[in-house]
Design a binder for this molecule. Sequence first.
Ligand code: UDP
Length: 235
Amino acid sequence: MERREQLYEGKSKIIYATDNPDQVIQYFKDDASAFNGVKKGTIVDKGGINNAVSSKMFQYLETKGTKTHFVEQLNDREMLVKHLDIIPVEVVLRNVAAGSLCKRLGVKEGLEFPDPILEFFYKNDDLGDPMINECHIDIFKWATKDEVAQLKEQGLKINKLLFDFYRERKIRLVDFKLEFGRHNGEVLLGDEISPDGCRLWNWDTNEKMDKDRFRFDLGSVEEKYQEIYNLVCKD
Ligand code: UDP
């Protein structure tokens, strides 16, 4: 397998072609951004940590019957994945109130929900990823009704699996974002599952262990990413 030309550069990852048109390489950068790119910075070793944590999570989810784009972790920074036609809908799962939900609905951070909340956002940086519902997805043909049903079913299933995975490690999975894409007629989980796209709190103290430390200048960003890496990858 050979790395070829760059296909796309995002805020935290670069996608490269390979000699196999069915597969691409995700390269994980140390660059961090927040508030739709307004705040920018670097988190030392973030790329390596997010690659390792995501690889572990994808392999874990595969063992539990979730279909993902993961093929193999190639090295510290690179992951070989199936080439997806990305569905432009971000699927957010929430177990505890935080972030945009608190602002939007005036709910206090930390409120635990009796059941998970699933939300859809339109993946569009220029518009700041606005919140949407199933009518928008249907009318603007971002996904079929059958695909939306799969996003909901898979999203809820993945939430349960990840919540339990992190609870065993004394971490509370507060919320997270998933992206899916099409590959040979199947809907597969794509993107990454790392502390960049999840809110993770210490189960006992509620200390934040994720990108909120960068977003809100809470300090010890590298240390907390490293702690998550140790908990997820070194057992
Ligand atoms: N999220 C993400 N990328 C986005 C938007 C959200 O990874 O473009 C993640 C975020 O890290 C959090 C969850 O999705 O774990 C819910 O985010 P929220 O809607 O609260 O938005 P935020 O407060 O991050 O702007």
